[in-house]
Design a protein around this ligand. Sequence first.
Ligand code: PAF
Length: 291
Amino acid sequence: MHIFRTASEIRAWSRSCRLNGQRVGLVPTMGALHQGHASLLTQARGECEMVALSIFVNPTQFGPSEDFAKYPRTWEADLEMAAAAGVSAVFAPTPDFYPSGYRTVVTVPGWKSVLEGEIRPDHFDGVTSVVAKLFLSVECDVAVFGQKDAQQALLIRRMVRDLDFGLRLVVAPTVREHDGLALSSRNRYLSSVDRQRALVLSRALAASVAKWRAGEADAQTILAAGRQVLVSDPPDSIDYFTLLDPDSLAILDDAPRLVKPAILVAAARYGSTRLLDNAVLGDVWAQGHLP
Ligand code: PAF
């Protein structure tokens, strides 16, 4: 397994793979890998002969009140997981990935301030900018992201379309613990009591999905089924439990009739830990689905 520190090194590697007729799949991460990341790597391995994993704790996507320095860094364990998953190259750029004097921002206006973006201003500018840099560095054929961060995946899908990155985006399903908790590097911060309480999130989403599967199309009724479960064991606070149009990022909560795939997104807090989860109503990630 190669370990590259600069964009030019990984680009040379990727170009030589592709010249040899091997497709390159990229899984961008900030490290602290868990089974959710392992499933993204497996997905990439299924799509491409060569898999690149990027590990970069990106400072520009952290807000002033979010502790960049405290983000978990588990380099040795990450490398072990990468090797076990058949990764061919790890791209772990040094901080000068952002050269001195760096100014450029890749932004998706409007969308970057919806829901997560409203709560975490500038977060998505940091994400789309670094992901654009990663795409330009690795020059991959396929990039794999998790549905767990659905809004992130939607913004990146828009960016890939708009800027014609010439790669295929794959969004892989969320991996869950046996009891339904979505895997996340933040779960480690939950007390055992809060971890148990947090199961209500996936149960609430499942209740809404069940309503929709039973043929209900009214957004308020679908949401009410989930919200009823959510308030039965309420999180310390709920940031949102809402329906999004994946193509416009419009909030659909008042739609009398859902006529196309939608995504149900939830964010709640337990103490200082914020958890995100979501569920799709229909094939949100279908290839070519974007208008
Ligand atoms: O999802 C993440 O881990 C990060 O937001 C990403 C996509 C690697 C960009 O830093």
